[in-house]
Write a new protein. Structure first.
Length: 180
């Protein structure tokens, strides 16, 4: 676009860079459905966007796949801003690409932050079973230990701590996944 390509025709040119999926919307007779229903692959979304532009519609407003629908709506918003405000589309798309890349980096950081609490929760979930198995290996019958009043105290304390640990881990995971 910065080299002088018309924004209206760039989508069909870009579609040639991607292989169409079999059985897509542009079989014999050309595109038959709008971009909102052509979410099977990037090629078909771009071809349908070109058709939508020719029909005077918003090319990416209703696209939900491939990828995330909100990204397609952001692209459609950039097109609308460029068209109505006269801002060069190339610069807007560069800024959008940078923002999407930063968002992806932030999501990867959130996933990495949530990995620790998740693995800790899984490990803590297996510890009571490991304790019972170790008691059996040492030679003490776990049923006798857990059947008496001391056993009920141990079981009650263990269940209470497990519930508290589970709730705390959920809070940690939720906080690590929150978008700021």
């Amino acid at each position: 676009m910065q080299a002088g390509r018309r924004p209206e025709r760039v989508w069909v040119e870009l579609s040639g860079l991607y292989e169409p999926c079999p059985g897509g919307p542009d079989g014999p007779g050309g595109p038959r459905r709008p971009a909102s229903r052509a979410g099977c692959c990037l090629h078909h979304v771009l071809v349908a966007a070109d058709l939508e532009i020719m029909l005077g519609g918003e090319p990416f407003a209703a696209v939900e796949a491939p990828g995330q629908g909100r990204h397609w709506r952001q692209l459609d918003g950039c097109l609308a801003v460029s068209h109505h405000a006269g801002i060069p589309l190339g610069g807007l798309l560069e800024r959008l690409a940078d923002a999407l890349e930063e968002g992806q980096d932030a999501q990867q950081a959130r996933d990495a932050a949530a990995a620790g609490p998740r693995s800790t929760a899984q490990l803590l979930g297996f510890l009571p079973l490991a304790g019972i198995a170790m008691t059996a290996l040492v030679g003490g019958p776990p049923t006798e230990l857990l059947a008496g009043p001391l056993g009920w105290l141990v079981i009650g304390t263990g269940v209470g701590l497990a519930v508290i640990g589970h709730l705390w881990t959920r809070v940690l995971i939720r906080r690590s996944e929150e978008t700021t």
